[in-house]
Design a protein around this ligand. Sequence first.
Ligand SMILES: [Zn+2]
Length: 164
Amino acid sequence: MTESIRSKRTRAHHQSGPFRVGRSRTGLGLFATEPIRKGKFIIEYWGKRVPWKDVEDEDQNRYYFDLNTRWAIDGADRRNTARYINHSCKPNAEPYEMRGKIKIYARRGIKPGEEITYDYGKEYFEQFLEPVGCKCAGCANGGGRSRHAFRHASQRASKRSRKR
Ligand SMILES: [Zn+2]
């Protein structure tokens, strides 16, 4: 495959919208470049749909997004710009499952320059974030994960992690 064909293919899958990848407190993150109204679609969590029964490296790959008990989205592909969205216990965006796709919407108005975040869900939080301490803005400012967030975590699409 020539270089030009490859870059065309990459462009075809590149996700564009009112955001850019930039430096966040914990590495890279996704930031708004324009005001995003509450309820507005932001980005799809894009990846290959894989049956959970074929997933073997669940602990190595943190990018599996739980669609349902049978299917997951493997979002590890770099063309999945939504993979840069960090977890927050006080998020400004929220993922929804729609016809086998994960779409991320603004749960409140988001200002230009603000980091876009969503709640990864209770399972992910307990497996990957709680042991090392959550570094989201809410927790760093002493707010911590609210009971409100806990109550809703199990109701929303969440990144799946292996049950212990
Ligand atoms: Zn937190």
